[in-house]
Design a protein around this ligand. Structure first.
Ligand code: CMC
Length: 439
């Protein structure tokens, strides 16, 4: 426990001493929880630019140095040497599993990959053209209607069961959303396959034909899952925590997280990157696109570029850039035009003053879409894949919150700038009242 304090001076008078808590790494925090009680002021920080919303031991990011660690392990190390289910174990329980724990965890996840058969009727209620993220928001939240034995958030065993269920069932639900959109029968999970291969199997096998895939592609998919598994208090994770702080059940909370992830400023960017690269169409048009991104009168942004936390190359993008080359080589697609456009875009942007001054670098979404596309995954599934991987992060963060005795319902305050108190005017007199106030 630290004894350092910060003193806040209001109107020239020292008004309040606030304790400082030291982080094990990264910025320490000033505890402002008594600010309102002792001064009558709220703090004001739209977008949480300077606000730590919780204490956490799961993921550490140093945005200036381009560092990302899960439970102390560097992301590049995990992507190279571990696998997704090991990483899930690490995020959920704090440690990489030994062999026995690993076998048990793999068994537990595998055992929960099927979904309630009645869920297919929920899917059939959606138009075929529905965006798979729209289906996922509903399907995941609807698990709370099917699995009543894992809704009690105060029961540790039920929390564990809901965690396993969500991680295990996400690929099944995602592949069902795809199969439904193209009018093919749903494919059941095959528990002999690894997590990543099983997902590809449910996406691309049919009852008439098995899906054969090279181990290099499975390994690239596994890597993608690892890289997206957690990212501390991002928008969707904060949404999950906020939803969960009211005591809502975990399936509903993850449904809320998926909704938040969908936006193009967050997980939806991977889909937007491919649309952007396709729109550019040719390496010769890259500079036009850069010009648009710099134009303050044009809302267009370079998708897959920039990050609230990283002011350096996103370490996930470094791994993915390499992986992108490996996948394209494996599939004999060395001349993929979109990769050429992406590389040129990156080259020009990284030399351009606008991007250099604002420290805008490629983020995780810049190369992931090109890999997914090469694997034959349709664009609308990219953000769904992000959700499959991030589910473990959401669940780990949700559990940490539920188990933290400091947790309170999340209830931000506001700077109110609306009307002062007014008298109610009956409808027949409102015209005259409006005319008076306009005069
Ligand atoms: N293209 C052009 N200009 C940009 C971009 C971009 N991609 N990103 C930021 N800027 C500019 C922005 O206009 C602003 O300029 P100025 O200071 O002159 O007003 C400055 O850089 C700072 O931007 P900001 O919007 O204040 O930064 P932020 O931290 O609020 O936003 C971001 C971060 C990721 C929303 C933003 O960089 C962005 O919209 N990027 C494109 C979308 C994207 O790739 N999102 C995926 C994020 S990574 C995956 C994930 O974790 O979800």
């Amino acid at each position: 426990m630290t004894h350092r304090t910060a003193t806040l001076t209001i109107d020239g008078k020292p008004s309040i001493e606030m304790p400082i808590y030291d982080a094990s790494e990264g910025p320490s925090v000033i505890d402002i929880s008594k600010l309102y009680g002792q001064t009558g002021y709220f703090s004001y920080d739209p977008g949480f630019l300077s606000t730590a919303s919780c204490e956490s031991k799961i993921t550490y990011i140093d945005g200036d140095k381009g560092i990302l660690r899960y439970r102390g392990y560097d992301i590049a190390d995990l992507a190279e040497k571990s696998n997704f289910l090991e990483v899930c174990h690490l995020l959920l329980y704090g440690e990489l599993p030994d062999q026995k724990e690993r076998d048990q965890f793999e068994h537990d996840i595998t055992y929960h990959t099927m979904v309630h058969e009645q869920l297919q009727f929920l899917y059939r209620g959606f138009p075929r053209r529905a965006h798979p993220m729209a289906i996922m928001v509903g399907a995941v939240a609807s698990l709370s209607a099917f699995y009543h034995d894992s809704l009690n958030i105060y029961d540790e065993k039920q929390r564990e069961l809901s965690a396993l269920r969500m991680i295990a069932k996400m690929p099944t639900l995602a592949a069902m959303a795809y199969k439904y959109s193209i009018g093919q029968p749903f494919i059941y999970p095959n528990n002999e396959l690894s997590f990543a291969e099983n997902f590809l199997h449910m996406m691309f096998a049919t009852p008439c034909e098995k899906y054969k895939v090279s181990p290099k592609i499975v390994s690239a998919m596994d890597k993608l899952l690892i890289l997206h598994a957690d990212h501390e208090q991002n928008a969707s994770t904060s949404t999950v925590r906020l939803a969960g702080s009211s005591g809502a059940n975990p399936f509903a909370c993850i449904g809320a997280g998926i909704a938040s992830l969908w936006g193009p400023a967050h997980g939806g960017a991977n889909e937007a990157v491919i649309s952007m690269l396709e729109e550019i169409g040719d390496v010769s048009k890259v500079s036009e696109c850069i010009k648009r991104a710099k134009d303050k009168n044009d809302p267009f942004r370079l998708m897959g570029f920039g990050h609230r936390v990283y002011k350096n190359y996103d370490p996930r993008a470094s791994v993915l850039k390499e992986s992108c080359h490996e996948v394209l080589d494996e599939l004999g697609m060395h001349n993929e035009p979109l990769l050429k456009i992406a590389l040129e875009l990156e080259r020009i942007a990284l030399e351009d003053d606008y991007f250099v001054q604002r420290k805008l670098y490629p983020n995780v979404d810049f190369y992931s879409g090109i890999i997914y596309r090469a694997m034959g995954i349709p664009t609308q599934i990219y953000t769904v894949l992000f959700a499959i991987a991030r589910t473990v992060g959401w669940v780990a963060q949700w559990r940490e919150m539920i188990e933290d005795p400091q947790t309170k319902i999340g209830r931000p305050r506001q700077l109110f700038t609306g009307s002062a108190s007014r008298e109610f005017v009956p409808v027949e007199k409102r015209g005259a009242a409006k005319a008076r106030s306009a005069a």
